[in-house]
Design a protein around this ligand. Structure first.
Ligand code: ACO
Length: 340
């Protein structure tokens, strides 16, 4: 984060040096869903823009998706597992309550030198994790981090609830970030990040059961408290407002304006939310990255998956200003500005 006090300027800054993503093989289309619940391709497409989503196999845990995305990001970055000294996984679908999913990823990729932990901030999780890892790097206590957003949301979905089951999918995205000299003009630099939370609105989007507040019992199991519950319309309104505010704040913090944006990569929850944000930021379609049609909402994974695709498809190029912005349960929100 920039600061006006030179004494507080970090010696290091952080650059994204590689990206990777992994989507499980199985594809579930809207037509497939219409055979499970009372819905249609027309309803889902019109209300959300989603056409299909990927679903993990029964024997694939979140850490399996995360590990594969991590391997691809490390290959892209040209680093070995031993080079990684920090792994932060953002997820709301951890393999287990503990150990952390990051520790499972460490074991699977052989990153023996890494310190590992998870972050829970729902769909904002990846940007929260990026900011936390960046602080470790900027402070000089770590050099090379894997930041991963990974979800197996199919394990949290009530497949009998048409209000929510059509929205979500599984997947993982990862970036390798490295500490670089604050004076250099390294590509992939994170220029600014803003984050926010409002716990007073936590009831609007949650998985109420399965934790310490409401353990699953034979008596309550039938009402499926350990699945996603969402007030869709309220969530929609807050998502648009907060993501627009956060975008403007992150741009201001980086000393930039909306006119500087080459590409916005928003959290992929709903195409209508993305259009509303792009309209408010005054961005045309070609500067707005959308892949929610292929993957649905993969929560913490949407931004790193989209960033990886945008990079590999040549939609973002070296020197471009890229705006990342997310919103999720909590409520939580965050935005980062990158110079690619
Ligand atoms: N198929 C057919 N009909 C449906 C379906 C479905 N899959 N789901 C709901 N309906 C019906 C409802 O029952 C309702 O019927 P009624 O009018 O007879 O009562 C009607 O469609 C309208 O329902 P709404 O919920 O009002 O529809 P809305 O236009 O708000 O769209 C949606 C719902 C897509 C969920 C939208 O509100 C949304 O995208 N919200 C934001 C979600 C989001 O951004 N989440 C982000 C964070 S996610 C995270 O953090 C994990």
């Amino acid at each position: 984060m920039s600061t006006s006090n030179p004494a507080l300027q970090p010696l290091c800054t952080s650059s994204i040096i590689g990206t990777g993503s992994y989507l499980p093989e199985k594809v579930l289309t809207n037509d497939d869903l219409s055979k499970i619940v009372d819905t249609s391709d027309e309803w889902i497409t019109t209300r959300t823009g989603i056409k299909e989503r990927h679903i993990a196999a029964d024997d694939q845990a979140t850490s399996d998706l995360a590990a594969e995305a991590a391997r691809r990001a490390m290959t892209a970055a040209g680093v070995t597992p031993e080079d990684i000294d920090l792994i932060v996984v953002a997820t709301v679908t951890p393999d287990m309550f503990f150990p952390s999913t990051a520790c499972f990823v460490q074991r699977k990729i052989g990153a023996t030198n890494a310190v590992c932990f998870d972050i829970s901030a729902a769909c904002s999780g990846f940007l929260y994790a990026l900011q936390v890892a960046r602080h470790f790097l900027n402070a000089g206590s770590r050099t090379t981090a894997l930041v991963i957003g990974a979800e197996k949301l199919s394990s949290l979905v009530n497949w009998e609830d048409r209000n929510t089951c059509v929205l979500f999918g599984d997947g993982a995205g990862a970036v390798v970030i490295r500490a670089v000299d604050a004076d250099t003009d390294a590509p992939g630099r994170v220029l600014s990040t803003v984050m926010g939370s409002d716990g007073t609105l936590s009831d609007l989007l949650k998985v109420p059961g399965g934790g310490s507040a409401l353990p699953i019992t034979p008596e309550n199991a039938a009402s499926r408290p350990n699945t996603i519950h969402m007030e869709g319309r309220e969530t929609f309104k807050h998502a648009v407002t907060r993501m627009c505010q956060a975008s403007e704040q992150a741009l201001e913090m980086a000393g930039l304006t909306k006119a500087d944006i080459a590409m916005v990569i928003p959290h992929q929850a709903n195409a209508r939310i993305i259009t509303a944000i792009a309209d408010r930021l005054g961005l045309p379609e070609e500067k707005t990255f959308v892949n929610v049609d292929k993957y649905g909402n993969t929560s913490a994974a949407t931004i790193p998956v989209a960033l990886d695709e945008a990079h590999r498809q040549g939609r973002i190029k070296r020197g471009d200003i890229v705006l990342l912005v997310a919103f999720g349960g909590g409520f939580t929100w965050a935005s980062s500005v990158l110079r690619w």
